[in-house]
Design a protein around this ligand. Structure first.
Ligand code: DGJ
Length: 693
């Protein structure tokens, strides 16, 4: 007898079927199938022919391909007995359960192993969450355990995964499919700038706005392995799991992180919107779900380690006047932190900088109508710190390890380390009126270790349980720790240390494949960017920050009157619109001009939108190309307005209608012809508001 299971979320169907008692195979994953399709028929219909020079049947590409069954590719499980003997299980059906999702269990009696997979569908976000657990009757050593293994479409030329670097996060790499595999393994011990755990497999011809695509995200902060393999027979498999060999102890249970998957027939945007909504509405827990996201001010790039109370008070006043609602005191307030060579882990307020503690600054900030946030880097320790001198064994890694930013990581698997950090951080939170932590993590680990990540999660979970109204921002030299695992415990990410609006425009655009506005911090940086040296006009800097969760990070004392006026105006615009933008879908537009990076933020009720068209470079052609919108109702009329038309330069000499008036145009026209914008310099942003009439 064959067993079949069908999952539906109104947009996609996933069918699993198993021959007799074997592990099941995903026999179908794609747009919703009619109810009339019988899963047993699908199983039969999917059997592939055999020919000469091969085995007598195709070995199942199951949810955990077994090395013991002549599978021609990478197995989903590599496990050893404590004496090092490889275990080669053959799993056999044990149980099935549809309660709260689909749970399937399989036993291997000979080796005393049980494999359990779960699939949960979400009919609103269209994300399917799946996870694998391995139980053993005695402790065993795990090398590799894949979350449920999925097929990739064969009508796909290439795959898109995500790499990056400090100040250059979310770079999309396209790799052509070919026999063999694309194998990515992050062995840094944190999610990393280099390895955001996401993959999109577009079917042939898919773009941002059209076509079919499959997408994957592995929700784990400790480093992952991804493999995308084309088997000799042409089938393709996608595997995700923790970086291999990161479970150092023999154990009786191992679990992958949740793997989030989705199918879209509305291009890459269909995947992006599913991830954005799922992250915002299901993964993040908001202390005040209905509260507007406050405009941030962060003092890092204004003062660095040079904390002087009168200066900080002055800066706070100016920031509040510009529209800031939360003041974040960054690195430098504790120990003897004169620079980044010392004091990490000495989490007591520096009495030389703050003789009366943080209260005078916090009171001042609160009197200006702002709340107060504070920077920590809990998992780290400088050798030059009192804590290290007292507890050198708390540091992870060998004596002769290479330091990162002059620091080591603490061993978060140790309860005493977590207790120490909890005591220090909770004392500060209890004694001060703080509603926000910027939680940094500025170096990679000396070696990857899953227990480290579990330790970090446990500390954050304990603090959150005791201080439920404190929000946390995940930072790791910018966007080095962004994934759904950390986002289950935090509310914001510091997407990049680059405040260069030109670089940010691109980073934000590509990060929107996974991240919504509500969690994505974006700050107006200094006039001359500290990480690129580029000088950009305040208007461009302000609009790029206004695309996401807005904030400022420059020294407001550098702003002249014009700059302050523009920043105040854009911030006020953001505050007027955030009530709908913070739940809007970010749709990436297919720009006909490669110099233009454009997106459309669409309100959840579809009644309004805003288009941000950023000119990232000088166009090759002389005149602007029309910019096609997306996701509109063809027969509806929309009133569109170029709200910053006054910033058209004198070299824009013509008469495009939007330069002088609002326009009423149909969804069909806007999507198939597109908006005709005025000519502009590079490093400028056009902002177009649209309302369904
Ligand atoms: C790295 C972060 O990305 C910066 O924003 C800042 O918080 C520094 N660390 C402080 O040391």
């Amino acid at each position: 007898m064959n067993r079949s299971y069908r999952l539906d979320d109104g947009r996609q169907t996933l069918v699993l079927s198993a021959h007799a008692n074997r592990l099941p195979v995903v026999t179908y994953w794609g747009p919703t199938l009619p109810e009339t399709d019988d899963p047993a028929d699908l199983h039969a219909a999917t059997i592939i022919d055999v020919t000469g020079g091969m085995l007598d049947e195709h070995i199942d590409l199951s949810i955990c391909p077994e090395a013991s069954r002549s599978f021609p590719g990478q197995p989903g499980l590599v496990v050893r007995d404590t004496d090092g003997t490889p275990l080669l299980p053959k799993f056999c059906f044990a149980s099935e359960d549809y309660e709260g999702g689909l749970t399937l269990s399989y036993n291997d009696a000979e080796n005393g192993l049980t494999l359990t997979v779960t699939f949960t569908v979400d009919t609103e976000t269209h994300i399917i969450t799946c996870q694998t657990t391995l139980d053993a009757s005695r402790p065993v050593h795990l090398h590799w355990l894949a979350a449920p293994v999925l097929p990739a479409p064969q009508l796909s030329e290439d795959m898109i995964d995500v790499s990056g670097r400090w100040c250059g996060e979310f770079q999309l790499s396209r790799t052509a499919w070919s026999p063999g595999m694309r194998y990515r393994e992050n062995r840094t011990g944190r999610t990393g700038h280099e390895h955001f755990p996401g993959l999109i497999v577009p079917c042939r011809g898919a773009t941002n706005t059209q076509g079919e695509a499959y997408a994957f995200h592995y929700g784990w902060s400790g480093g992952h392995r991804m493999l995308a393999e084309e088997l000799p027979d042409g089938r393709r498999q996608i595997q995700w799991g923790h970086a291999a060999g990161t479970e150092s102890d023999a154990q009786t249970q191992f679990k992958t992180a949740p793997l989030y998957i989705t199918y879209s027939k509305t291009g890459l945007n269909g995947c992006a919107v599913a991830f954005q909504r799922h992250l915002r509405d299901r993964i993040v827990t908001w202390p005040k779900p209905d509260a507007p996201r406050p405009v941030h001010y962060n003092c890092w790039e204004a003062v660095y380690f040079d904390h002087k109370l009168p200066v900080l008070k002055d800066i706070a006043e100016r920031a509040a006047k510009l529209g800031a609602e939360r003041f974040v005191l960054d690195d430098g307030w504790f120990g003897h932190r004169e620079d980044d060579t010392r004091s990490l882990s000495d989490w007591t307020i520096d009495p030389r900088k703050y003789p009366d503690g943080l209260t005078p600054l916090i009171d001042h900030v609160k009197s200006l109508g702002m709340t107060f946030g504070l920077w920590f880097e809990p998992e780290m320790i400088n050798p030059d710190s009192d804590t290290h001198r007292a507890n050198p064994h708390w540091a992870l890694g060998s004596e002769d390890q290479t330091l990162g930013r002059q620091q080591k990581a603490l061993d978060m698997s140790l309860q005493e380390v977590r207790d120490f950090l909890y005591d220090r951080i909770s004392a500060i939170l209890r004694d001060n009126d703080i509603d926000y932590i910027k939680w940094d993590h500025n170096r990679v680990l000396p070696m990857p270790d899953a227990a480290q990540t579990r330790g970090s999660y446990a500390l954050i979970d304990r603090l959150r349980a005791d201080f439920p109204y404190v929000e946390i921002e995940s930072c790791a030299s910018g966007g080095g720790r962004i994934d759904f695992g950390i986002m289950q415990r935090t509310q914001r990410v510091w997407l990049s240390d680059s405040n260069d609006a030109l670089e940010r425009l691109r980073i934000q655009h590509d990060a929107a494949l996974f991240l919504p506005l509500a969690v994505t911090g974006s700050h107006v940086g200094p006039r001359r960017c500290h990480t690129s040296g580029r000088v950009l006009d305040i208007s461009f800097r302000a609009w790029v920050a206004a695309q996401r969760h807005m904030g400022f990070e420059m020294d407001p004392r550098e702003l002249d009157d014009r700059e302050a006026a523009i920043l105040t105006e854009v911030t006020a615009w953001w505050k007027r619109n955030r009530h709908w933008m913070q739940t809007a879908d970010i749709l990436r537009l297919d720009s006909a001009d490669s110099a233009v990076i454009a997106e459309q933020q669409m309100a959840r009720d579809q009644s309004r939108f805003v288009v941000f068209a950023g000119k990232a470079a000088t166009s090759m052609q002389i005149a602007p190309r029309p910019l096609r919108l997306t996701g509109l109702i063809p027969a509806e009329m929309y009133r569109i307005d170029l709200i910053n038309r006054s910033s058209a330069p004198a070299l824009s000499r013509g008469t495009p209608a939007l330069k002088s008036q609002v326009m009423d145009l149909s969804g069909a026209y806007l999507m198939h012809h597109g908006v005709t914008l005025p000519w502009s310099f590079p490093e400028r942003m056009w902002v177009v508001e649209g309302i369904k009439i």
